[in-house]
Ligand binder design. Sequence first.
Ligand code: MG
Length: 280
Amino acid sequence: MRGERVRIVEVGPRDGLQNEATPVPTEVKVAFVDALSETGFDEIEVSSFVSARWIPQLADAEEVFARIRRAPGVTYMALVPNLQGLTRARAARVDKVAVFTAASETFSRKNTNATIAETIERFRPVVAEAGVPVRGYISTAFHCPYEGPIAPARVLSVAMSLLGLGVNELSIGDTIGKATPDEVQRLLEVLLPAVQPSSRLALHLHDTYGQAVSNALAAHAMGISVLDSSAGGIGGCPYAPGAPGNVATEALVAAFPGRTGIDLERLRTASAIVQPYLSR
Ligand code: MG
């Protein structure tokens, strides 16, 4: 486990930009993704095919996908909430799609206006007709801003439902950044035996309370090799205004020296493209 390669999934263009007060210009997003394609990532989450009414910041998903330069060997992923989103994503020739649910019932209702079970049913045809690999996000896997701590058994139950649909990979989210290394260990003890090989399990850590790198190291020690992060740490925490959300890719590259395959200088260049357009 230790010493193995760490795969970083760069989520900045989607998860980082979706909460920005002012949408980032399309040409800046394209330049950002193109620069990220040159840094060594093999997977980049580019945008989201959700209704522009819900997330106006990502209303240009089609245009971004049409204009990026696709580097060989790089998977360009997009979030899709439903079949309509899948149709748009397929027309845009995405390499992989992601669906999004939660381990907390209250969070699911407030965030997607549906119970967890309803989101799973909504994903059933999406996964069946995807035609490309599917990632399943499980948010609030440790703590919920409304319900507090979430029991690992509840996360396992949602994970099993998603895998039962045929989802290829799960990304387990510490949505409010409150998890500790002990909690990461307790959840992984429950999830890892059920999700094999462990490369199907990614962790999506937020750095709201400064624990993300410690949590990443704890997870890696247990066999987790896939970690999500955003270049420059873009994307704040909507539940703690002003606080960080996504852990910075730069921090993970530094935490796993020589293991990520990411060129730190090129990553800084990519981050610098988008930074002037962010409100934070
Ligand atoms: Mg995030």
